[in-house]
Structure formats: structure tokens, C-alpha cells
Design a protein around this ligand. Structure first.
Ligand SMILES: N[C@@H](CCC(=O)N[C@@H](CS)C(=O)NCC(=O)O)C(=O)O
Ligand SMILES: *[C@@H]1O[C@H](CO)[C@@H](O)[C@H](O)[C@H]1NC(C)=O
Length: 255
């Protein structure tokens, strides 16, 4: 049996699958590259203490100067010294650099595409991800482990000064908010249609960093909210996102 040298840190849920878009982004990459890895499941409550004890760097600094630790993170013991990595895009860039595909047409983020990818990530973060909380907060909460529910409620309510239940939009406001999100997805589908050639993904049949980002987001919506978010998303843009997920499904296994 191969010794697992790559340890991938992901966040558990009460489901059999994770629901973090950022950890999915890296898991898709590991699966696409067919790398052997093991998952270390770390509840959000423990991210800081676990990362500190393992020597994984923080991903940002809070306004009060304290370092912030987030997942995904990855330790690669293949080499000496091992690599200790955090932050999804740098992890993916490391994996590309360290384990390049011999077939260059399968590259996830060739150096020449980095600026375009950065623009794509910025766009998705602002037009979609940042809009999700008012319609997704209770779905996200429901799928967390009991300990993480406590932690999520405390931090989110402190940050926004409202009960989780009051962050959630209801009725007409909720439907209008979903319409805005639909508009952002429709725009993506419109630009994706301008590409000629086979394949449902961003650059064709093979995965790119853009697909890891968008795919991670879609997987999070599908698993966190199969009955609301995914029902909506799967009906948008002439069912584009159903075809997209089918194309992605080769790389969505959770070992
Ligand atoms: N820039 C980071 C963001 C990662 C991030 O925000 N991860 C979330 C889960 S999706 C997290 O770790 N949250 C835990 C926390 O905020 O304590 C990346 O792309 O990896
Ligand atoms: C996708 O990858 C395959 C190898 O798996 C390669 O033969 C093919 O050329 C790639 N397609 C494109 C459009 O890059």
C-alpha cells in the first residue's frame, strides 16, 4: 500500500461530504491530478490550534493584528523539508509546480493564465460568493457539526450584530436576492458559450483553476442546500449547471 505523503486538511460536516467551496477547490485539484492523499478532518472550531501545532501558516491578518487561519491547508511530506501550505490558490499553484501533468493541455493554471484566473476569482468572489449569506446562512448552519454550529453562530452573530435567523432574508426579498445571484450565474454561462469546441467546463473538457473555483462553489450549494439552492441553480441557464456538474463528477470523490 502506498504511504500517504500528502495530508489534506478539510472541514467535516454532518453529511458524508464536505461543503466548503475553498476546500473543494483543492480536493478537485488533488483528484484531477490523481495524487494519493489522506484527509485530516478539522472542525472550524479547531482550525487555529491545529494549524499552529502543525506549523501551517495563517492566510491573513485580522484588523487587530492577529493572524487568521483557514482551510484548506496541505502538508506534503514527499520532500525534505516537507511543505506546509495554506490558502487554496497558492496550494493549487504548488501542486501544479510540483506535480505538473506531462500533457501540457491538462495544465490547471499555466503561468500565462494567472492574471486572468485572478480576475475570474475576484469576479466570482464579489458577484456570487459574497452574496450568498442572506439566502444560505441557515442551510450552512444546518450542515455543520454540533460544535461548529456553536462556533459559527457566535462568530457570525458577533460580526454582523444579528441573530443568524435574522440574517436570513425571507419572502419577496429572498426571491429578489436569488434573482441577483441567478443573473451572476447567467453571465458566466453567457461568456462560457463564446468558447467553441467540446466540453462543458471553462476551457473545454479538462479542468482549469477557474473550474476548481466555480465547481467548488456549485458543490457547496448542492450539498448545503439540495432542496433550495440546487433546485434553483439546476434550473438556470437552460440547465447548464447540471451538465457542468456531470462533467465535473469524475473528480468529486471524497475518499
Ligand atoms: N483565502 C482562503 C479562504 C479560505 C476560507 O475562508 N476558508 C473557510 C472555509 S470555506 C475557513 O477556513 N473558515 C474558518 C474560519 O473562518 O475560521 C482560501 O482560498 O483558501
Ligand atoms: C484534455 O486532456 C486530454 C488528456 O486527458 C488531452 O488529450 C486533450 O487534448 C485535452 N483537451 C484539451 C481541449 O485541452
Amino acid at each position: 500500500m502506498a504511504v500517504t505523503k500528502i495530508i489534506f486538511l478539510d472541514i467535516p460536516t454532518v453529511l458524508s461530504v464536505p461543503t466548503s467551496p475553498n476546500t473543494w477547490k483543492v480536493r478537485l485539484t488533488l483528484n484531477y491530478k490523481e495524487l494519493t492523499y489522506g484527509t485530516k478532518w478539522v472542525e472550524t472550531t479547531d482550525i487555529e490550534s491545529v494549524c499552529k501545532s502543525l506549523g501551517i501558516p495563517p492566510t491573513s491578518v485580522l484588523t487587530d493584528g492577529t493572524p487568521k487561519y483557514t482551510l484548506p491547508a496541505l502538508i506534503d511530506n514527499t520532500f525534505t523539508p516537507p511543505a506546509f501550505l495554506s490558502d487554496s490558490t497558492p496550494i493549487i499553484e504548488y501542486l501544479e509546480r510540483t506535480y505538473p501533468d506531462p500533457d501540457s493541455s491538462r495544465a490547471l493554471c499555466p503561468p500565462a493564465s494567472r492574471a486572468l484566473h485572478a480576475l475570474f476569482e475576484y469576479h466570482v468572489a464579489h458577484s456570487i460568493t459574497a452574496q450568498l449569506l442572506p439566502v444560505m446562512v441557515m442551510h450552512m448552519y444546518d450542515k455543520k457539526t454540533p460544535r461548529d454550529q456553536v462556533h459559527f453562530r457566535e462568530r457570525t452573530e458577533a460580526a454582523l450584530g444579528k441573530k443568524l435567523e435574522d440574517i436570513e432574508l425571507k419572502g419577496k426579498e429572498r426571491e429578489e436576492h436569488w434573482k441577483k445571484i441567478e443573473g451572476a450565474f447567467d453571465l458566466l454561462e453567457t461568456v462560457m458559450r463564446t468558447r467553441s469546441g467540446a466540453g462543458e467546463l471553462f476551457t473545454g473538457p479538462n479542468l482549469s483553476l477557474a473550474d476548481c473555483t466555480l465547481g467548488g462553489l456549485l458543490l457547496a450549494l448542492r450539498y448545503d442546500s439540495p432542496d433550495e439552492a440546487w433546485m434553483k441553480v439546476s434550473s438556470w441557464s437552460d440547465r447548464k449547471w447540471i451538465r457542468y456538474m456531470a462533467a465535473l463528477s469524475k473528480w468529486t470523490a471524497v475518499e
